[in-house]
Every structure is written in C-alpha cells, then in structure tokens.
Ligand binder design. Structure first.
Ligand code: FAD
Length: 423
C-alpha cells in the first residue's frame, strides 16, 4: 500500500528538497576553491619534492649526517651527495669528540630542547647502531662535583630530573669508577638515554643507514681541493645540485666558505685537544666516563681511554709537551692511575664552531645561508659548540623541514627561537 502523503507535507517536502538542492549547489561552489587549493597544495608539495631532490651536503660530521638522514627519510627518491675533505668519521670535530651525550649544562640545568635533543639523538643512534653495533660505548656517564656549590647544583638536578640523573655519593663513585680521588665530592649518574658514543663509528653507522635508505642514491665524495669562496670550480660543481647544505664545521671559517667579511657571524672557532691513553688491562680501572669540565671517556677496545680537553680561543694546535703538561695539571687529581700507569697513544686536536651565547646559551645555527653566495638555494647547519651530540638530531630534523618547505618560517613554527642568530 502506497502511504498517503498530505499535500501540505508534500509542499513542505518539496520546499525542503529545493532548499537542500540550493544548499548543495552553494556548497559545491563553496567547495570549489577548496578543491582547487587542495590541488594547488598537492602540486606545490610535489613541486617542492621535485625541487629538493638532488642535494649536496658540504661536510659529513654530526651536523651534515643528521641533515642527510632526515632529508632522505622525508623526501622519497631524493639523492644526497656528501662533499667532504675526509671519509665518514674521519673529519672535523666529530672525529675527535669525547662522545658524551646528556641534556644538562655544567651546573646541572636541563638544556633548552634537552629532552627533545636526547630523544632525537637516540633515534639516530638506533639507526646507526644497526650497522655499527659498537658505536655505543656506555649507557651511562658520571658528572662529578669538585666544589660544595656544584654538589648542591647536582643534587638539585637529581631531585628535579630523577628520570635522567641519580645522585651518587663519593664512595659509590669510588667503587664504580675507581678514580680514587679525594677531590670528588659526589656527583650524578646520567642514564636513560644518556650515553657515551664513539662518534667516528657512529657517523659511519649513520652513513650506512643513509645509504640503505637512499637505495643507492647516497654518495660520499672525498675532495682534495676544499670548497671555498675563492675556488670558482666549486660554484660550477655545486650548480649541479638544487639544494646545498653547508655543514663544514670549522671549515666554514678556515677554508673561507663564509666570506672573509663575515665578521658579524655569531660564532667562532674553539680548539680542543685530547690525549688517547692505553692502560694495563690487568688493572681494576672500570673506565666509566667521568665529566667535570675535563673528562675521561672510554675508547673502543680494551684498556683505552680518552682524556680531554683543553679549549682555547685559538686556532693553532699546541705542541705535544704543552698539551700533556696542561692536561696533567688539570686532571691528575681525578685519575692519577691513568697518568702514572697509562701510556700515551695519540694526541688529537679538533676545532669546534662555538656559537655566541643567546637567550638559551650556545644554540646551533640553522637556516638559509648568509655570507655565502656560492649557490642560490643554500642552507647552513653549524654552531653545535660543545653540544654536538645533544643537538645534532633535533636541529637536523627542524632544518630538514625548512629545506623541504623552502622557507625559513617553518623553522620558526617548530621552534620560535631557532633563528636567534639572524641579524
Ligand atoms: C675535543 C673535542 C671534544 C668534544 N667532545 C664532545 C662531547 O663529548 N659531546 C658533544 O656533544 N660534543 C663534543 N664536542 C663538540 C662536537 O664534536 C661538535 O659540536 C660537532 O662534532 C660538530 O659537528 P659538525 O658536523 O658541525 O662539524 P665537524 O664535526 O667539524 O664536521 C665538519 C665536516 O666538514 C668537513 N669539511 C670541513 N671543511 C670542508 C671543506 N672546505 N670542504 C668540504 N668538507 C669540509 C670536515 O672534514 C668534517 O667532516 C667536542 C669537540 C671537540 C673539538
């Protein structure tokens, strides 16, 4: 039976149908610009992907490797060429770094983006570790206090951040580290993501991870004649690439990648020297990493330890005997055993780019290049200072977003203070 519909209801239904059709029509008009803009966005996205596809990274230290990893991860089908003066893990400050990864300042304050940095670094370390399982030397390290003031500061750290820092008494430090030093008044044990990394091995692992991700589109070129403003062949060579990232550490200054008149660039070079010791493996020295301005850190292999570092605002390296003298004076009390029983294997020197102190201390420098016109689409990643491990991951991530979007404003979205260094 056909249901009876009254004429008034019929009129109402017709009216509502008409209304619905009108609304639908206006909605479809309203949708049109949306559809268009969605299409435009898609076009823009694929254009951006297309534009940022053939990338050169000048310098394959912590900064360059992090940028490479994040770009390869985010842009499908992109190719990366690392242009360096040395092979993976062999160049720059990264080749001689102490490898201490933790998110705290010397006074025990949590660094700006410290936790984000720790997480980002550990994600990259995980990727590198699959190729180089020996890149992590320890899953913990000690920061020790030599003054009562520092005891209070580090106790605060342990109270505020128990997830990462645990207060340890002088006796515990003595029995865990056996530095047998009366000058240690206690300290904190950093763990839960804090680590000691062998940075050269880590970089090799991260490079292997990049190669794997790129399906054969990642190349490492060791160049005899370094990139610099005055080397015009380089301008031509870099023009092959649609994007260039300058991450050459101290080479930015020493090889004049930045123009000579870059006097307002907010960073300078700091030299660091360290000594690699071997010590009798029969000893009961535990070779835990110990930090308090100077540091002792394990090296790969048994009975090897790195002692660092002298930091001077100078470029020339000290001669061997001066390094020995200077470091002995500063560290004998902490580990007399190493000085008395160890033998020197090597003295290393490295130059790190130390950024100027800003609102959050010494923060990395990322963004579009300044003081450099070798390439029209060029970016910078430097100024990692003494915080290369904690900041390379998180800042490489932020920078890669900006490079892909082709605008620095993305950097600001992620981190409003990241362009602190721009004039
Ligand atoms: C002695 C010492 C100990 C340190 N200990 C620690 C630590 O324990 N924890 C920590 O977090 N940080 C530490 N740091 C700091 C850390 O090492 C740096 O922040 C970090 O390595 C910087 O990385 P980068 O990639 O910016 O530069 P670099 O590591 O210097 O890499 C630059 C790369 O560019 C290449 N290059 C240079 N010039 C050119 C050119 N003209 N053309 C092509 N390639 C070029 C170099 O060969 C190198 O591979 C230490 C630094 C030093 C010096």
């Amino acid at each position: 039976m056909v249901p009876h519909i009254s004429s008034s209801l019929c009129i109402k239904l017709r009216l509502s149908l008409l209304l619905a059709m009108t609304q639908l029509l206006s909605l479809s008009y309203a949708l049109q610009p949306c559809r268009l803009s969605a299409k435009t966005t898609r076009l823009y996205a694929s254009k951006a992907e297309h534009d940022v596809k053939n990338i050169a990274i000048v310098g394959g230290g912590l900064a360059g490797m992090s940028a490479a990893y994040h770009l390869l991860e985010k842009i499908q089908g992109s190719s990366i060429t690392i242009i360096d003066k040395a092979g993976p893990g062999e160049g720059g400050a990264s080749a001689v770094a102490g490898g201490l990864l933790h998110p705290f300042s010397p006074r025990g304050k949590l660094l700006h983006l410290g936790v984000e940095g720790l997480n980002a670094a550990n994600r990259l370390i995980g990727a590198a570790n699959r190729h180089q399982p020996n890149c992590v030397l320890r899953d913990q390290l000690y920061r020790v206090a030599l003054t009562e003031k520092n005891v209070d500061q580090l106790k605060d750290t342990a109270n505020l951040y128990p997830k990462y820092a645990t207060w340890v008494s002088p006796d515990e430090i003595e029995s865990n580290c056996r530095p047998s030093s009366d000058s240690i008044l206690g300290g904190v044990l950093f763990s839960n993501g804090c680590k000691v990394i062998h940075v050269p091995t880590y970089i090799q692992g991260l490079w292997s991870a990049c190669q794997e991700m790129s399906n054969g589109r990642a190349t490492w070129c060791v160049e005899d004649s370094p990139i610099s403003q005055s080397n015009y062949d380089w301008e031509k060579r870099l023009s092959e690439f649609d994007t260039v990232v300058f991450a050459a550490g101290s080479g930015l200054f020493q090889d004049s990648i930045l123009k000579k008149d870059a006097t307002d660039f907010p960073a300078e070079i700091v030299r660091g020297q360290s000594i690699e010791f071997s010590y009798p493996s029969s000893s009961d020295y535990t070779n835990e990493a110990l930090l308090c301005g100077k540091y002792f850190a394990p090296l790969p292999g048994s009975g090897r330890v790195l002692l660092g570092a002298t930091h001077e605002w100078k470029e020339e390296a000290l001669d061997r005997s001066t390094v020995m003298e200077e470091l002995k004076q500063r560290s004998y009390d902490l580990a007399p055993f190493i000085w008395d029983k160890g033998s020197v294997q090597n003295i290393t020197v490295g130059y790190r780019v130390q950024s100027r102190r800003g609102k959050f201390g010494r923060m990395p420098i990322i963004g579009q290049s300044v003081h450099n016109d070798i390439h029209p689409n060029s970016w910078m990643f430097t100024g990692l200072s003494g915080r290369g491990l904690i900041y390379h991951g998180v800042y490489g991530d932020i920078l890669s977003n900006a490079i892909i979007a082709k605008t620095e404003s993305v950097v600001l979205n992620d981190n409003p203070d990241a362009l602190w260094w721009k004039p």
